[in-house]
Design a protein around this ligand. Structure first.
Ligand SMILES: [Ca+2]
Ligand SMILES: [Ca+2]
Length: 338
């Protein structure tokens, strides 16, 4: 049995095997995605990772790559022109289990403006004060992107160590769909992780195949790595006397986008509970021949392991049947245990 540990995005700035992360555009999502998402939409997805500034984290565990230059914005005591902190949200929660609440502020900082005074580069930061010290964590940077810095922030123990962690859903800018990425942070471990679509996710998605082998109006989706197979009913073909031609087109033209889309009110990137453990649900759209034709969704469920890395545990295929959603199949992803 093959073992697979799918980490959503390896940008913890730890000295990993692949070393450097480019400042922008470092995360490519593969050719399939770039066919469907204009650059302006893809940009925020790519802009999220790699923005944890070690200089901002006193005693932070983000080793490596901490270039001190360019850190002209980290002079809190300076009486010069300090960038404006716009308070977005605040909370008071004990994040390290010492019985004393930390004070958490979510702020937006306009880093650069154009001639008309509109912000062109904005940064989202967490300001967390506790025990007489303040820690700053950048959770998001957006350039020429009008979307909000966050959809919501939640406080939940993600990795099961008993200490409450921070989960932030970050919207992406898109013409047709609302995209989402996320950021998670363990205050007690001082480890963060940004998710946006990346090659690991694209590789996993590429392991699915669509075929027309069952006849009728059933499109078969298989993943040979996991011995998985399920059928999706194509309603468009049901009405046809000879569905073979259109079914062959579906078998050829159906694809999964490795980006998380807000599919419906109850299917969007979110924290969910599974047997009292927190999981991150990541819904991906399945398009039949065109992005106006979403025929199904694939939901990925991640657990956060003790290293604060997301690990793919489960995958579900949901068939859209008119207004209904039907679970066409699911499989567990064998990770070798933790
Ligand atoms: Ca505390
Ligand atoms: Ca925790």
């Amino acid at each position: 049995m093959s073992l697979l540990i799918l980490t959503a995005c390896g940008n913890r700035n730890q000295s990993g095997t692949d070393g450097t992360l480019p400042e922008t555009g470092g995360i490519e999502t593969g050719t399939e995605m770039s066919d469907n998402v204009p650059p302006s939409e893809a940009a925020p997805e790519q802009g999220v990772p790699g923005n944890i500034d070690a200089d901002n984290i006193p005693g932070g565990s983000l080793d490596g790559g901490g270039t001190p230059d360019g850190s002209d914005l980290q002079e809190p005591g300076g009486n010069g022109s300090k960038p404006d902190h716009v308070l977005l949200q605040s909370a008071s929660i004990d994040l390290d289990n010492d019985g004393i609440n930390e004070q958490i502020e979510v702020v937006r900082i306009d880093m650069m403006q154009n001639e008309t005074g509109a912000a062109t580069l904005v940064e989202g930061r967490l300001l967390i004060s506790g025990g007489g010290a303040e820690r700053q964590v950048v959770f998001c940077t957006k350039e020429n992107d009008p979307s909000e810095l966050l959809n919501r922030i939640e406080f939940e123990d993600l990795d099961g160590d008993g200490a409450t962690d921070i989960f932030i859903v970050i919207p992406g800018y898109g013409a047709s769909f609302n995209y989402s990425n996320y950021f998670i942070y363990s205050y007690i471990k001082d480890i963060s992780h940004s998710f946006s679509s990346d090659n690991t996710l694209a590789d996993f998605i590429n392991s699915f195949e669509f075929s027309y082998t069952r006849g009728g109006s059933l499109l078969t989706v298989t993943n040979q790595t996991y011995g998985f197979s399920a059928d999706i009913l194509i309603e468009e073909a049901e009405e046809q006397e000879a569905p073979e031609e259109i079914m062959r087109q579906y078998a050829y033209g159906t694809w999964i986008d490795p980006v998380s889309v807000d599919i419906s009110e109850d299917s969007r990137l979110a924290l969910v509970k599974n047997r009292s453990a927190a999981e991150i649900k990541l819904p991906l759209p399945v398009f039949g021949m065109a992005t106006v034709n979403m025929i199904a969704e694939i939901d990925l469920f991640y657990r956060i392991d003790s290293n604060f890395e997301p690990v793919l545990k489960r995958c579900e295929i949901i068939d859209f049947a008119g207004g209904d959603k039907i679970k066409a199949g699911s499989f567990e992803v064998e990770t070798g245990g933790t």
